[in-house]
Design a protein around this ligand. Sequence first.
Ligand code: PEP
Ligand code: MN
Length: 332
Amino acid sequence: MIIQLKSGTSKQLAEELAAKTNAISFTEGDKWILVTSSAVKKLPEVINGYAETQWVMDSDMQLASTHYSAAKREVTWAKTAVGGNTNNTVVIAGPCSVENWDQIEASAKLMVGLGITTLRAGCFKPRTSPYSFQGLGLEGLKMLAEIRKKYGLSIITEAKDSSHIDAVIEHTDIVQIGAKAMYDQSILRACAQIRKPVLLKRGFGSTLQELIQAAETILSGGNNQVMLCERGIRTFETKTRFTFDLTGAAYLKYYTNLPVILDPSHAMGYAYGVPDLTKAAVAFGCDGLLLEVHPNPKIALSDASQQLDHDTFTKLYNGLSGIAKAVNRQIV
Ligand code: PEP
Ligand code: MN
């Protein structure tokens, strides 16, 4: 159950009521919100007289659900906004990893030239093999901060471990939680305490309910800047890297109040399929796209097979606004 306490309720009283009802408490604007287990169906007696509104929930998809808030949450960074009433489809693009200054600067120049506001690039790479390139770490973050300053781009990068969060939010704009980290309680709880946007990727073996509950962990700390990302799930199919779960994305779009970002690059795993999937994702009416683009994909140090080269990406990007318009959206 979600319980909104009356305006003017003190912190002390809100926390006391939360403790008595085993609820999580946080503030939204000037109101205290208490969230109990969804098994609670009746306003607990101790709260009688203190509640302004309450919502009975049928599962622990609570704060993320359209039952709680039918309006889509707006997530904003620098000059970019998604969700809310915007009808925006944000294109976030860039290499899988920061590899060196020339590579990341070439990527930044491409994005600025196209009018793209947000660059992606990883510094802490969650590689399956310990022998693969692991990312440049803090050195990469410093390059991203420099790019951000020099080109006025917003930056999204992954925090692979909760100890990275402070550095990631100091140097960049959006924290990405990778598919392999979706269940990491310490990352989720650290992201609950910050007030910067978080892009939460669905684990490739995770149900939609599990993804949403991971999002609830962030939301219930009072960070309402959460975006969900579908990036492909593992199925019996082996010809493609993953299976792009647009049916799941349709569920998220309908039942949650969080912006839905689609990542065709990781789903497909091969560059040849990415343009078609990207067009389908725009026609789907997603709130944003996460695309891997590299100045020279052949020599990329991670995810080489799926990254688009600059010419292919430019052509693709220039064709997206017409598709967006047809579904009453605009590319930003
Ligand atoms: C990435 O975005 O480069 C990445 C590692 O993605 P995922 O967590 O979806 O595998
Ligand atoms: Mn990648």
